[in-house]
Design a protein around this ligand. Sequence first.
Ligand code: HEM
Ligand code: HEM
Length: 156
Amino acid sequence: MSDWKENLHKTRYVMDVLLLFSFMLISAPQSTGIAAHEWLSLFFVVPLVIHLLLHWDWIKKSFLRLFTRIQGKERFSIIWNYLLYLLMLTVFVSGFLVSVALLPALNIDLNIQGFWSKIHHDSATLIMPMLGVHLALYWSWIVKLSKQMLKKKVQV
Ligand code: HEM
Ligand code: HEM
C-alpha cells in the first residue's frame, strides 16, 4: 500500500474508534445524566461529520453505482448506509425536539411533545443494531487495521 493510502486508512481507523466511543457515551443517558447527554450529542456531530468527509468519495459515487452492475454486498451496504444516515438524522432531530437542557440554555423555548419522545426512544433503540450491521459490513477491514495498529505499537 502506498504511504498516503496507508495514512488515510490509519486516520480513518483512529477516527472510527473515537466515533464509536463517543457514540457509546451518548447512548447511555442514564449514566451521564440528560444535560450531559444533550451537550455530548451536540459535540458528537464533529466526529460524525469527519467520518462522512473521510468517505466523501463514496458519497459522491455511491448513488450512481446503484444503477450499475455491482455485487449484492455492495448494493446492500449502500442502501444500509443511506438508511443509517436517515435514522441518525431522526435521532438527532427528535433529540432536539425533546431537549430539556440544551435548547433552554440557548433560550430556545419548545413545547415538548410525547410523540417526539417516543420517536427519540424508538430511533435511538433501532440505531444500535443498525450500527452493528454497519460495523459487520467492514469487519475484515476492522480486523486487518487493528492487527496493523497493534503490531506497530509492539514494535515501538
Ligand atoms: C458510531 C457511528 C459509526 C461508526 C463507529 C462507524 C464506523 C465505520 C467503519 C469502521 C467503517 C469502515 C472503515 C472506514 O472506511 O472507515 C465505516 C465506513 C463507512 N461509514 Fe460509518 N460508522 C458510523 C456511523 C456512520 C453513519 C451514521 C454513516 C452515515 C451514512 C456512516 C457512513 C459510512 C460510509 C459512507 C462508510 C464507507 C463505505 C464504503 O467505503 O464502502 N457511518 N464506518
Ligand atoms: C446520536 C444521537 C443520540 C442518541 C444515540 C441518543 C440516545 C438516547 C437514548 C438511548 C435515550 C434514552 C431513551 C429512553 O430510554 O426513553 C435518550 C433520551 C433522551 N435524549 Fe437522546 N440521543 C441522541 C441525541 C440527542 C440530542 C441531540 C438531544 C437534545 C439536544 C437528546 C435529548 C434527549 C433527552 C431530553 C432524553 C430524555 C427524554 C426523552 O427521551 O424524552 N438526545 N437519548
